[in-house]
Ligand binder design. Structure first.
Ligand SMILES: NC(=O)c1ccc[n+]([C@@H]2O[C@H](COP(=O)([O-])OP(=O)(O)OC[C@H]3O[C@@H](n4cnc5c(N)ncnc54)[C@H](O)[C@@H]3O)[C@@H](O)[C@H]2O)c1
Length: 447
């Protein structure tokens, strides 16, 4: 549905997705409002008139696309911590707070893309050679995928996608793309940096408290009709006074540290980029040069680094053995940063008192994935970055990236992961070149 001008202006102001209002009819010719961000010109520009855009989204709810929502609105967010502005597309064609990340939500993109004459294919059928994604990929110029339901863009698939120019991650974390293959082919990879970082940090805090306080088993006693206080509390502690450390203190990691500060815990971190001294002082942070020295002193460890060749398999038997006995590990970053079976072993032996997170490999996780049944876990499907609040931001950011691409305007530097045959923007800051999609070939083949 295309909006009238009045409705459009109201929606833009109300949700803060534009700093200034630009008339819709001018949106492809006017200069964009200044942003508090540095812009770079992406190397791949649009040369043909219409494009084929293939978008892979997760399935609708089992009871069908929602007819209503528990709340009537979501809060308006104007900018992120540090001043980065929220996505600022010229327009949006969705209602913030509605389900956008499932196939019927279509990220709110269909009116815009079809209005420009582009072909827009949306599917959740992503794995296996006969999958809709694999068939449609053959002549796709743009692929959009969410990390929650990743369309694995392996080297083999990239080689077969001869028209592919742009891979957009609707969210954060582009490890489902073979970044080395994208670098080699000159494909631009962009994501909506910061769109769900705060969402994830909230989930991390929730999971730390859930594990340490033994919330989930206690809840289950209530549902089962019990009043088993001793059963609930025999594994329940306070986090007050504990030492909590994060592996990586980027947008999510730092937000976790800030949120935990009022719990009177000791805060530690490691990162390849050290934080400003003023931030370290404000939060009382202890910096560690390596993950190993961090985990040795922590009662709780949270992982907030991207998956790339340096972090793949980082939490293996060796690193887990360096943790304090009875430590808790929370991983909302990427499943493959942890060795799947080493985590199970550490829980079974008591080396870990609990493990929680929302990231798995592959995704969706098969029904017999051992993390579903290992002891003392608090796993969810990959949802932390796909709250309705987050969806509004990454749908708007995806639209912003598309608008830039089609009108040959620069994509924000902080949205870029790969561009011009190299890591760029946020990718150059947080990733190393190479491929961390090992195993995705099997997942993509449906094995
Ligand atoms: N579960 C979800 O829904 C969800 C949502 C968003 C992001 N994520 C994951 O979280 C990651 C981080 O997101 P962010 O917004 O904080 O990104 P960010 O780019 O702001 O921060 C990443 C940080 O990781 C650090 N880092 C990279 N490699 C490292 C290494 N080997 N050792 C130590 N530090 C290292 C970087 O220096 C950077 O500070 C994403 O890449 C993604 O994988 C998950």
């Amino acid at each position: 549905m295309t909006r009238g001008l009045e409705e459009y202006q109201t929606s833009q102001k109300r949700w803060g997705f534009c700093r200034d209002t630009v008339l819709p009819e001018d949106r492809r010719t006017n200069a964009r409002p200044d942003r508090a961000t540095k812009l770079v010109r992406h190397s791949v520009s649009w040369e043909t008139e219409v494009a084929k855009v293939v978008c892979v989204l997760y399935e609708d709810p089992v009871d069908g696309y929602p007819k209503g929502y528990p709340r009537d609105e979501i809060p308006r967010i104007e900018s992120y911590p540090g001043g980065q502005t929220v996505p600022s597309p010229d327009a949006i064609d969705f209602t913030p707070g509605h389900l956008l990340g499932s196939v019927s939500g279509e990220l709110g993109l269909r009116p815009y893309l079809e209005g420009l004459g582009h072909t827009f294919v949306v599917t959740s059928d992503k794995d296996g050679p006969g999958s809709t994604f694999e068939r449609e990929l053959a002549d796709a110029e743009i692929v959009i995928s969410q990390p929650f339901w990743p369309a694995y863009l392996t080297a083999e698939r990239i080689a077969a996608a001869t028209e592919l120019k742009l891979a957009i991650t609707a969210g954060i974390g582009s490890d489902h793309v073979d970044l080395q293959a994208a670098i080699d082919r000159g494909i631009t990879v962009a994501e909506v940096t910061y769109s769900n970082s705060i969402s994830v940090s909230e989930h991390v805090v929730m999971m730390i408290l859930s594990l340490v306080r033994n919330y989930i088993p206690s809840y289950q006693w209530v549902v089962r009709g019990g009043w088993n206080i001793a059963d609930c509390v025999e594994r329940s502690y306070d986090i007050e006074g504990m030492t909590v450390g994060t592996v990586a203190a980027g947008r999510i990691g730092l937000a976790v540290l800030r949120r935990l500060k009022p719990f009177d815990v000791n805060l530690h971190y490691t990162d390849q980029h050290r934080l400003d001294e003023s931030v370290e002082r404000e939060l009382g942070l202890v910096f560690h040069p390596t993950a190993e020295s961090l985990v040795e002193v922590c009662d709780v460890v949270t992982i907030n680094a991207p998956l790339h060749p340096e972090t793949e398999g980082l939490f293996d038997d060796h690193l887990l053995s360096k943790m304090k006995r009875g430590a808790y590990l929370v991983n909302t970053a990427r499943g493959k940063i942890c060795d799947r079976d080493a985590v199970v072993r550490a829980l079974e032996s008591g080396q870990l008192a609990g493990y929680a997170g929302d990231v798995w490999f592959p995704q969706p996780a098969p029904p017999d994935h051992p993390w579903r049944t290992m002891p003392h876990h608090g796993m969810t499907p990959h949802i932390s970055g796909s709250s309705l609040s987050a969806q509004a931001r990454y749908a708007a950011g995806t639209r912003e990236i598309l608008e830039c691409f089609f009108s040959r305007r620069p994509i924000r530097e902080e949205y870029l992961i790969v561009d011009g045959g190299r890591l760029a923007g946020a990718g150059a800051h947080s990733y190393t070149p190479g491929n961390a999609t090992a195993g995705s070939d099997g997942a993509a083949r449906g094995n």
